[in-house]
Unconditional design. Structure first.
Length: 528
């Protein structure tokens, strides 16, 4: 019996056979069926091959979340090339560094990014062809430019080969605290197994995913496979709506028109969505919307605001090196029988590991900590879809895989039910007098106060204690510092936090600095 390759091509058989008429929609501007999508990726694959793309080449994409991008998610790896999803929110110098480091030879780009390319042609001498999607460019100054739509229109349909499942499919870059971003790579097998495991988790309570659910994601395609959800949606036959460039008012309109039932995003994007001036106009539609949260801890105050609008939020945890999803907060028997408020709190926690994800929380000697909800350790993981390396960086790769497990750098506790609770990133952890202060818990508590916008607690050097916490807060309406301190002291009286955890200072700022993936940038806050 011949081996069956777990390649990306194999994920399309089920939806193309059973749901060929199901739709992929781009911002109400383009609407195609799954069947049409398959014909398109066969033609764009032929077109890419006609200009020289071969197995082993790296093809970059510089675009918003568009139909063109989704086609590249499939067409590029399915011909045996590697897809490089370029982070468009990096500074130009960093973008160009990643393109050179990844060995990009072809670039698919939206015309909006042409000025970046034209201004840096000297640094892009290794690019064989630029494939431009757009209506308003004239191609002047380019000898090696082709039009995406013309390539699509004038190409035959390519018969995709059986790519070995261990062939590299993707590369993207993850930022560290110092230096340039690090490249992480994933094979076809990595992506397919990840998508299957995540899909299985999403069919459990409280998500109960069905084939008639409609997805619209607000995690950029350039970031960690957009949490693998595009692959999951198509594999299961779900309608997929692509938002393009993010505009929260427009996104709400699209979500309502296309009857979106499932979305996924980081907490700060949920905050922006709920802060849209006309949010109440969408109240009827939002009831029952399921929003999967990851990338950072979801403050319970923000979760309550979502709940008040009828939105169900579900927590996850992951990291780029894991491709990225590690845990999802789905129910086990004990949770289904738990008190409603406790169950709701756990639904908004990171949850439990996906099937095939082996997860431990360990001390510095790689020994497991007790499941007591108090002991703190580092999350280490193993699964069949983790990156095997930092690309061209053996030294940091060795550190990543110390003691045979991937070290996440995330500190957590495990409760008696096995649910993971993130305490902090190791690099963001506040250690005062030799003891950890749980900054994420403080942020969640402060966020409960009416009028509070976003919250970040960071450590400030202290000559006596080593570090002391400082809270940065944005406001939606007037809130006095004293009100925040009183709220924190109530949690001390309830035994939920220690008195010495209370921040030494509370600093009001107009807006939070954000990373390229819309997470609060604590590194910048420490400079204030």
């Amino acid at each position: 019996m011949r081996d069956f390759n777990l390649n990306i091509k194999s994920t399309l058989y089920y939806p193309m056979r059973n749901f060929p008429e199901r739709e992929i929609v781009y911002r109400n501007e383009e609407r195609i069926s799954f069947g049409e999508f398959y014909h398109r990726i066969r033609r764009i694959a032929w077109g890419l091959m006609s200009i020289g793309v071969r197995q082993g080449d790296t093809v970059a994409v510089i675009d918003w979340d568009t139909l063109t991008y989704l086609e590249a998610y499939y067409a590029v790896p399915m011909i045996g090339a590697t897809l490089h999803t370029v982070n468009i929110r990096y500074p130009p110098e960093t973008m160009l560094y990643t393109m050179d480091h990844a060995g990009d030879r072809y670039v698919i780009l939206n015309e909006e990014f042409l000025s970046l390319i034209m201004g840096n042609m000297e640094k892009l001498k290794n690019i064989n062809y630029f494939i431009v999607k757009g209506r308003n460019y004239d191609g002047r100054g380019f000898k090696n430019i082709v039009d995406y739509d013309s390539l699509l229109k004038n190409s035959d349909e390519y018969d995709f080969p059986e790519i070995d499942e261990n062939t590299r499919a993707t590369i993207f870059y993850t930022s560290g605290t110092t230096g340039m971003p690090k490249g992480v790579t994933f094979t076809h097998r990595n992506i397919v197994l990840h998508a299957i495991s995540l899909a299985l988790s999403l069919t459990r309570e409280p998500l109960n995913l069905r084939d008639d659910d409609t997805f619209l994601g607000l995690v950029p395609f350039f970031h960690a496979h957009s949490w693998v959800f595009p692959y999951v949606a198509l594999m299961l036959g779900n309608k997929l709506v692509l938002p393009g460039r993010y505009d929260m008012e427009k996104i709400l309109e699209i979500m309502k028109k296309e009857e979106v039932t499932v979305s996924y995003m980081v907490p700060s994007v949920l905050y922006m969505l709920l802060s849209t001036p006309r949010i109440e106009d969408y109240a009827d539609f939002l009831k029952g919307l399921k929003v999967i949260i990851g990338g950072a801890a979801l403050p319970l105050g923000l979760a309550r605001r979502a709940r008040d609008l009828g939105i169900k939020t579900i927590g996850t945890y992951g990291l780029s090196e894991a491709g990225p999803v590690v845990t999802v907060s789905y129910h086990n028997k004990k949770i289904r029988e738990a008190d409603e408020n406790y169950r709701w709190e756990l639904e908004n926690a990171p949850g439990i590991p996906l099937p095939l994800m082996h997860l431990r929380v360990v001390d510095r000697d790689c020994r497991d900590i007790p499941w007591d909800g108090r002991s703190i350790g580092e999350i280490v993981i193993r699964s069949p879809w983790l990156t095997s390396e930092y690309y061209k960086d053996p030294e940091r790769t060795e550190k990543l895989w110390e003691c045979g497990w991937m070290h996440t750098g995330d500190l957590a506790t495990v409760d008696p039910l096995g649910y993971i609770h993130i305490v902090d990133r190791e690099k963001d952890a506040i250690k005062s007098g030799g003891e950890f202060i749980q900054s994420l818990l403080l942020e969640s508590i402060i966020s409960e106060i009416p009028g509070i916008g976003e919250v970040a607690v960071v450590g400030r050097p202290d000559p006596k204690w080593g570090e002391r916490p400082v809270a940065f807060v944005t406001l939606k309406s007037r809130v006095e510092k004293e009100k925040i301190y009183k709220h924190l002291k109530r949690y001390v009286e309830m035994g939920k936090i220690q008195k010495w955890w209370i921040p030494d200072d509370i600093i009001f700022i107009d807006s939070m600095p954000k990373t390229s993936t819309n997470k609060i940038d604590k590194k910048e806050l420490r400079k204030i």
